[in-house]
Design a protein around this ligand. Structure first.
Ligand code: HEC
Ligand code: HEC
Ligand code: HEC
Ligand code: HEC
Ligand code: HEC
Length: 218
C-alpha cells in the first residue's frame, strides 16, 4: 500500500507544532514583561501639577523636612498633602508676584485647596499605612526614591504586589533608625543586616505574618 502521507509529513507537523508553541511562548513572555515594564507600572512617571512644585528646590535646596508638609506621615495612614497656608508661610513674602504662583494666591483668596494630581497611589482594595512603616524605621527613600533630586515628583517604584512582598519577606536590611527615616542621603558604616536585626528586636517588629494575604487585603 502506498503511503497516504509523505515521509516528510511527520516532520512538517512537528515543525508546525513547534512554531505554534514557540509563538505562544513569545506572546506570553512579552505580555508578562510588558506587565512588569516601567510603562505598565508607571515607574518614573510624572504628571502636570497646577503649580510646578519642586522637591529638589524645597527639600534638596532649602533642606525642609518631609514632615513640614506631610505632617501626618508618622501618625496616620495618610502622609497628607500640605494646605496652601503652608506654602504661604514663605510665599507671602518671597516670589509674591511670580506668575507660577498665581494658582496658589487664587487658592488662598478663594479659600479653595489646590488640587494636586497624585503620583503614588494604590488601588482601593489594598490596605496601606504610613505610620507602621515610619515607626518600624522604613525610610521614605525606600518607597519614594531620592525625592530631594526631583524637580517634579516621579513615581520611583512599581508599587505592585511583588514589590511590597519582596520587602515584607526580608525587611531587615532595609531598616534604619527611626530618626533617619526622612533623611534622603542617610548612610551607615554598620552592616545593614546586623543593624536591621537589632532594630527588629528593638522596635518589636514581628515579621512572621507580613506576607499573609490579610495583611494588605482586609
Ligand atoms: C520655607 C519656605 C518655603 C516654603 C514653605 C515653600 N516655598 Fe516655594 N520657594 C521657596 C524659595 C526660597 C524659593 C526660591 C527657590 C530658588 O529659586 O532656589 C521657592 C520657589 C518656589 C517655586 C518656583 C519654582 C522653583 O521651585 O524654584 C514654586 C512654584 C514654589 N516655590 C511653590 C511652592 C509651593 C506650592 C509650596 C507649598 C507646598 C511652597 N513653595 C512652599 C520657599 C518656600
Ligand atoms: C514644602 C513642602 C513639602 C516638603 C518639605 C516635602 N513635600 Fe512632598 N509634596 C509636597 C507637595 C505640594 C506635593 C504635591 C505635588 C507633587 O506631587 O509634587 C508633594 C507630593 C509628594 C509625593 C507624591 C504623592 C502623590 O501621591 O502624588 C511624595 C511621595 C512626597 N511628596 C514625598 C516627600 C518626601 C519623601 C519629602 C521629604 C524628603 C517631601 N515630600 C517633602 C510638598 C512637600
Ligand atoms: C513602605 C513604603 C512607603 C514608605 C516607607 C513611605 N511611603 Fe509614602 N506612599 C507609599 C504608598 C504605597 C503610597 C500610596 C498610598 C495610597 O494610595 O493609599 C504613598 C503615598 C504618599 C503620599 C501621598 C499622599 C498621602 O497622604 O498618602 C505622600 C505625600 C507620601 N507617601 C509621603 C511619604 C513620606 C514623607 C514618607 C517618609 C516619612 C513616606 N511617604 C514613606 C509608600 C510608602
Ligand atoms: C522597604 C520595606 C517595605 C516595603 C517596600 C513595604 N513594607 Fe509594609 N511593612 C514593612 C515592615 C518592616 C512592616 C512591619 C511593621 C511592624 O510590624 O512594626 C510592614 C508592615 C505593613 C503593614 C502592617 C502589618 C500589620 O499587621 O500591622 C501593612 C498593612 C503593610 N506593611 C502594607 C504594605 C504594602 C501594601 C506595601 C506595598 C505597597 C508595603 N507594605 C511595602 C516594610 C515594608
Ligand atoms: C504586602 C502587601 C500584600 C500582601 C501580603 C498581599 N498583597 Fe495582593 N496586592 C498588593 C498590592 C499592592 C496589589 C496591587 C497591585 C497593583 O496595583 O498592581 C495587590 C493586588 C492583588 C490582586 C489583584 C490582581 C493583581 O495581581 O494585581 C490579587 C488577586 C491579590 N493581590 C491577591 C493576594 C493574595 C491571594 C495574597 C496572599 C497570598 C496577597 N494578595 C497578599 C499587596 C499585597
Amino acid at each position: 500500500m502506498g503511503q497516504i502521507f509523505s515521509r516528510n509529513a511527520d516532520l512538517w507537523l512537528r515543525l508546525a507544532l513547534l512554531g505554534l508553541f514557540g509563538g505562544l511562548a513569545v506572546v506570553f513572555l512579552s505580555a508578562s514583561l510588558l506587565a512588569r515594564s516601567d510603562y505598565a507600572t508607571l515607574r518614573g512617571w510624572t504628571i502636570d501639577q497646577p503649580v510646578p512644585f519642586s522637591h529638589q528646590h524645597h527639600v534638596g535646596g532649602l533642606k525642609l523636612d518631609c514632615q513640614y508638609c506631610h505632617t501626618s506621615v508618622a501618625t496616620s495612614a495618610q502622609a497628607s498633602l500640605p494646605p496652601t497656608e503652608t506654602c504661604m508661610t514663605c510665599h507671602s513674602q518671597i516670589w509674591t508676584n511670580a506668575d507660577l504662583l498665581e494658582p496658589l494666591r487664587q487658592s488662598l483668596a478663594r479659600n479653595q485647596p489646590l488640587h494636586w494630581n497624585r503620583v503614588a497611589q494604590l488601588p482601593d482594595y489594598v490596605y496601606f499605612h504610613h505610620d507602621v512603616h515610619v515607626t518600624a524605621g522604613v525610610g521614605c527613600v525606600e518607597c519614594h526614591g531620592r525625592v530631594d533630586t526631583m524637580p517634579l515628583m516621579r513615581r520611583a517604584e512599581p508599587f505592585q504586589m511583588q514589590w511590597c512582598l519582596d520587602c515584607h519577606r526580608d525587611p531587615a536590611p532595609r531598616l534604619r533608625p527611626r530618626e533617619a527615616v526622612t533623611q534622603m542621603d542617610w548612610q551607615t558604616r554598620e552592616d545593614r543586616r546586623e543593624l536591621g536585626q537589632r532594630l527588629l528586636r528593638e522596635y518589636h517588629i514581628d515579621t512572621r505574618d507580613l506576607t499573609s494575604c490579610s495583611v494588605c487585603h482586609r
